[in-house]
Design a protein around this ligand. Structure first.
Ligand SMILES: [Zn+2]
Length: 443
């Protein structure tokens, strides 16, 4: 069963009131985690939002007379042969009530006005069962030194309909430095059009509506304990982007851990490896890679995307963020923001990161929607010889890879822009064969 993930942090760097608040916020994370455990099927360890054996059609048909069945914030059960939706606010009331009490407690301990207001706003949204608000309150929060993200937020775990949201939690401390690279990327991005396609919502998004913070993670709980999250962007909802802007968080602690434990060992599987001397540059490239993913995913959105792409929206959006994000770096080279060598390192880390994600998926530790995109990418690259996997080694042809990324970026962007669920299905059928994972080098 999932366990909460804790990271070391510099407690001495926090004031006494900050330490007290942090301790309460840890307690809240433990409660969120207990809700998440209740969302899991004890036998399979997977999130269960519907009765066993239920099909998509069952729910869609039943929802015609009972739309609550499709709410992101209900669990569906069978009662006397009929589907019934139980609201999260009812189902997890004891935990939620305790969380509200602790939030109020924390906001009394804190000396930081903004943080008090933030925690208070979360408490009142929870009290009113306004779960949608949690993400928007988070996006609007200023750079408070301590920050949490709480709520049923993402739909990845709902394999049936991509509707139901799982409880997640993270607790972080703001790092004052290390943000300048990210700020630099945003400033370059403002000048180039690549991330502002014609019909996208980012077209008219003001640059000051894109905020990025770089944090030290203290705790990952709930759904986020399962994946070693290294970054995030919100809001998910395209319409909300226009209203609230985009907020990107890079999690340096979990990213450093991921680089050392998982990515660095994979670098030795590169065929043309002078990677030993380049570790620091490759570490920076990883930071750049995740920031580009989040910036792209955060702003390249289309108003009707969710309806058009249906259950494939998550995989298409993630793939677009990976591919278009990396592709956009080419313009950073032209702009002088990064060197050719740094671009090459970015391509290297993109491949290594993708290999790691697919490996972890096979071990049950990563999201299927991410792996779908990487399966498509790997099959695509293998076809042209941009990337080849032989005897568990990775051979990269950087010129071909750079070109392939551009071609694939255009295909995926087209689907994002005007494609249907069927178009996304077709791309998956053509290139999404997971059997390529068996050729990937393992740690
Ligand atoms: Zn993403």
């Amino acid at each position: 069963m999932d366990e909460i993930k804790f990271f070391e942090y510099d407690r001495e760097a926090l004031s006494d009131p900050e330490q007290r608040v942090l301790d309460i916020l840890i307690e809240i994370g433990i409660l969120v985690h207990s809700i998440w455990l209740k969302q899991l099927n004890p036998k399979t360890g997977k999130a269960q939002f519907y009765p066993e054996g239920t099909t998509r059609t069952d729910i869609i048909n039943a929802a015609k007379s009972n739309p609550d069945l499709l709410s992101p914030y209900t669990k569906v059960v069978l009662e006397e042969g009929k589907y019934k939706a139980i609201p999260y606010s009812e189902l997890y009331k004891p935990e939620i009530d305790k969380i509200i009490g602790l939030l109020e407690d924390a906001s009394k301990q804190s000396a930081e006005q903004e943080l008090n207001a933030y925690l208070g706003a979360i408490a009142s949204a929870l009290r009113n069962g306004e779960f949608d608000e949690l993400e928007y309150i988070f996006v609007q929060n200023q750079d408070t030194k301590l920050e949490i993200m709480i709520g049923p937020i993402e739909t990845y775990e709902d394999k049936l309909l991509s509707k139901k949201k799982a409880f997640q939690y993270n607790l972080r401390i703001l790092r004052e430095n290390k943000t300048h690279e990210a700020e630099e990327m945003i400033s370059v991005m403002k000048e180039i059009q690549i991330l502002r396609p014609e019909k996208s919502l980012s077209k008219d998004l003001l640059s000051d509506k894109i905020n990025i913070r770089v944090d030290h993670v203290v705790m990952l709980a709930g759904r986020q304990s399962r994946i070693l999250l290294s970054s995030s962007n919100h809001p998910n909802n395209p319409i909300a982007l226009r209203e609230y802007g985009s907020k990107i968080v890079v999690f340096t602690t979990s990213m450093a851990e991921k680089f050392d434990d998982r990515l660095m060992p994979l670098l030795s599987k590169l065929k043309s490896g002078d990677s030993d001397q380049r570790i620091d540059s490759l570490r920076d490239a990883t930071f750049r890679l995740v920031a580009l993913h989040e910036i792209t995913e955060g702003i390249v959105k289309y108003e009707d995307m969710q309806d058009r792409l249906g259950r494939h929206q998550d995989y298409i959006r993630e793939l677009n963020a990976d591919i278009l994000g990396v592709h956009s770096a080419k313009y950073h080279v032209l702009n002088g923001a990064i060197t050719n060598e740094q671009y090459k390192d970015l391509l290297t880390m993109f491949i290594v990161f993708a290999v790691d994600t697919c490996n972890r998926y096979e071990q049950g530790g990563s999201i299927e929607e991410y792996s779908k995109g990487f399966a498509i990418a790997f099959n695509f690259f293998e076809k042209t010889g941009a990337v080849t996997f032989k005897s568990r080694k990775i051979d990269i042809d950087y010129t071909k890879l750079s070109r392939d990324i551009e071609v694939l970026a255009n295909i995926v962007l087209q689907i994002m822009e005007e494609g249907s669920e069927e178009d996304a299905e077709e791309l998956l059928e053509d290139y999404g064969d997971f059997s390529i994972f068996s050729k990937l080098p393992k740690n």
